[in-house]
Design a protein around this ligand. Structure first.
Ligand code: ATP
Ligand code: MG
Length: 405
């Protein structure tokens, strides 16, 4: 099959392919972008595979960076953009169901495509637009089927991550796993326990954010892969509850964790442990904790000025956006307006600072200072006092007198 129109992203990169072929090598566009072009989806990364070895690539292009030379990947800097060019390779001596111990560069395209995970990810696109389809990926693409390249049992025991990648493609594309591929996932699911959480994390988040999330989660449950994922063993009922949420696409990773943790009936203290197991960053953990807390409150009532102030606009919006998953309505404009209308947005906006208080009350620094500032801050946010220096100092003096009594 030949592509009628080569998309702009490829057009731009064509001179790179041509330079390689003019030097006598083979070169193709490969990987997810070819699949996405055939599905009429936007392309994000253009990957190029070639029979040229890394040293040969470097001789052809004046500006290159060794981004992953041991895997055969060279970044080529051209005027039209930057392109990752990877030498055709096979992966051998898989260790412990993880990625291969080492890769071997080869001159054959077929060998390179054979090591790829699914038939729809194993196309190569030639510079004249011809699609090389050695594993009947076009048929699978048409029938919306995800099928492992070659023997699925072997492929999943070589690299167990492929199983969870399969589930995330179900969720992203709405495709169905071919029966033999699905059975192989069910039979090899325990191998997920052997691979790094960081790698599973990337694919699992993509699964949660997919447009066909329920289809992906259903396959995640029926293949029992969840039993070998951090914090999810034995949680089939809780995961099934995720299917009852409205079928909207989730926008952000933090929201996906909040929805999942909510279905897991997590308490606020469980959140940190769970996300630590998933190797989430501290920043992600903080956001999820705040949005989770905000959501619990927002399910019951409107945000108070104090909570909006504590959360900040972004986190309040993240929580508000989750209401439709529970059948509620999100009013993002109201959250934005209410936040903007707050008298102050941070302690810096307060009309007095620590020095003002120390001078006015004639006191040395100490724990009282933070306490006074917090008290004034909260009074201003709740509109109990205007954000004016004299009003605030008067309030502080009164508080001091009261506490001295
Ligand atoms: P996305 O659109 O999310 O980037 P993708 O299919 O491009 O999806 P990548 O992780 O970017 O996924 O990988 C690029 C290509 O490399 C895949 O299309 C596939 O051919 C191959 N690949 C990636 N990971 C594996 C793996 N674990 N086993 C075999 N092949 C893989
Ligand atoms: Mg990709």
């Amino acid at each position: 099959m030949k592509l009628e129109k080569i998309p702009a992203e490829y057009q731009q990169a064509l001179p790179v392919l041509r330079k390689l072929t003019e030097a006598g090598h083979e070169a193709y566009f490969v990987g997810g972008s070819v699949r996405d072009v055939l599905l009429n989806h936007p392309i994000h990364d253009v990957d190029i595979a070639t029979s040229a070895f890394p040293e040969e690539i470097k001789q052809i292009f004046p500006k290159t960076i060794d981004v992953g030379i041991e895997h055969g990947t060279v970044l080529v800097l051209e005027e039209s953009g930057q392109y990752e060019i990877t030498t055709f390779r096979t992966e051998s001596s898989y260790q412990d169901f993880r990625r291969p111990e080492h890769v071997e560069f080869v001159r054959s395209l077929k060998e390179d495509l054979k090591r790829r995970d699914f038939t729809i990810n194993a196309f190569a696109l030639r510079e004249d637009g011809e699609i090389i389809d050695l594993f009947h990926g076009l048929k699978d693409l048409k029938q919306h089927v995800l099928r492992a390249v070659g023997n699925p049992h072997e492929r999943f025991s070589e690299d167990a991550l492929r199983m969870i990648r399969g589930l995330r493609f179900v969720s992203q594309l709405g495709f169905t796993l071919d029966e033999e591929t699905f059975v192989a996932i069910k039979e090899n699911n325990q191998l997920l326990g052997e691979i790094s959480v960081e790698r599973i994390h990337i694919e699992f988040v993509k699964l949660l954010l997919g447009d066909y999330r329920n289809k992906g989660i259903s396959a995640f449950i029926s293949s029992r892969c969840f039993e070998y994922c951090p914090g999810l063993a034995g949680k089939s009922q809780e995961l099934l509850a995720l299917l009852r949420l409205s079928e909207k696409t989730i926008s952000y990773e933090s929201q996906a964790w909040v929805l999942l943790l909510d279905q897991l009936n997590a308490s606020e203290t469980d959140i940190r442990d769970f996300l630590k197991k998933w190797k989430c960053s501290n920043e992600m953990i903080k956001t999820v904790q705040a949005v989770f807390y905000a959501l619990q409150i927002r399910k019951q009532k409107e945000f108070s000025a104090e909570l909006l102030y504590q959360l900040g606009e972004q986190q309040a919006l993240l929580a508000e956006e989750l209401l439709p998953f529970y059948g509620g309505e999100a009013n993002l404009t109201k959250v934005h307006n209410d936040y903007q209308a707050l008298p102050i947005h941070s302690l810096k906006d307060l009309a007095v600072d620590g020095n003002d208080l120390m001078n006015d009350l004639d006191k040395k620094p100490g724990p009282w200072l933070k306490e006074q500032l917090t008290c004034l801050e909260s009074a201003v946010v709740c509109r109990q006092v205007a954000n004016k220096k004299e009003d605030l100092l008067y309030m502080a003096e009164k508080k001091q007198m009261n506490s001295a009594q």
